[in-house]
Write a protein that binds this ligand. Structure first.
Ligand SMILES: Cc1cc2nc3c(=O)[nH]c(=O)nc-3n(C[C@H](O)[C@H](O)[C@H](O)COP(=O)(O)O)c2cc1C
Length: 288
């Protein structure tokens, strides 16, 4: 049985397994790799509610075959000496979701992340995650639960943990626009009605982009990914100066020099759009 995660226990990097069909049911190959790197094995039946996932038999489409998910988690949990965690979406019916979570716990899952949207609720901005369903799961299992969905700024983190009782939260889409979310910074979209929040002079999205590009120089990733991160991070800035975005779109072959140049141009155009932060969080000091 895989060891459970305890409060305060630190683990190394997480290794994610996307199940690739019944032919992959013999997991010994995966197990060998997991064991060698001594990490946390993760089974995801959360992601990819798209057609490709249906064909490939992974992601949320595993929800159609719970006995298979059960046997996969059992095999991993029994055969590995690292904790196995799972990430799931919810079912439209609450009791189905609870049964699913309990089944995973019994199968040996050591930590459960719950994305509070059904697999048909694809658009995170359109569909609010159901924190009540996450709370019900939290109350039904003994393993630690991570809540996922509607985490757009730091207040959401505290509110979500309070409302769901979850041990932690996950955020994905909002981080693409604002990687400093967990440091307490928020985009202007989430400022209305919070008079205590002020403009952050020390940090903005362009600076975050520069830091991201610095990382990419050290740890190369495909240019198409870098391009999409540039659009996410500077989307608001480009709305004010669309011609800079057009120049980026015209540039079929990107270079770091070109991208740093885009940031310089926006700064010269005085296009700065600030991030916002409370005094409390500013004292936390943002560390890159
Ligand atoms: C760029 C990106 C990559 C993601 N990769 C994964 C992944 O590898 N595995 C997974 O289960 N979910 C993945 N997701 C889904 C998120 O983990 C998350 O469940 C979903 O986006 C809902 O959370 P959000 O509302 O905070 O975006 C990804 C999402 C994004 C935006």
């Amino acid at each position: 049985m895989a060891p459970g995660l305890k409060h305060g226990q630190t683990v190394g990097r997480v290794l994610q397994l996307m199940y690739l069909g019944p032919h992959a049911c013999n997991t010994s190959g995966y197990m060998l790799k997991f064991t060698i790197i001594q990490q946390v094995a993760v089974v995801h039946s959360n992601r990819c509610p798209q057609r490709i996932a249906k064909r490939g038999y992974y992601g949320a489409f595993l929800m159609d075959n719970l006995p298979l998910v059960k046997s996969l988690v059992e095999k991993l949990a029994n055969g590995l000496n690292v904790p196995v965690s799972c990430k799931i979406r919810i079912f439209p019916d609450l009791q189905d979701t609870i049964n699913y979570a309990k089944m995973l716990e019994e199968a040996g899952c050591a930590l459960l992340a719950v994305h509070g949207r059904t697999r048909d609720e694809k658009d995170g901005k359109k569909f609010r995650a159901d924190w009540k369903a996450i709370k019900a799961v939290r109350e039904a299992v003994r393993i630690p639960v991570l809540a996922n969905g509607n985490i757009r700024h730091i207040e959401d983190v505290w509110q979500c943990m309070e409302e769901t009782g979850a041990e932690g939260v996950l955020s994905a889409e909002p981080l693409l626009e604002n990687p400093a979310l967990f440091a307490g910074y928020r985009t202007s979209e989430w400022v209305l009605g919070h008079e205590e929040i002020c403009k952050a002079e020390e940090l903005d999205q362009a600076q975050l982009l520069v830091e991201y590009l610095n990382f990419c120089e050290k740890h190369p990733v495909p240019w198409r990914m870098i391009r999409s991160h540039v659009h996410k991070l500077l989307g608001d800035w480009f709305r004010i100066h669309p011609h800079v975005r057009e120049d980026l779109n015209k540039q079929s072959k990107l270079t770091f020099e070109f991208l740093y140049g885009i940031v310089d141009r926006l700064r010269e155009l005085n296009a700065r759009i600030p991030l916002f932060v409370t005094d409390d969080n500013r004292n936390n000091t943002y560390v890159a």
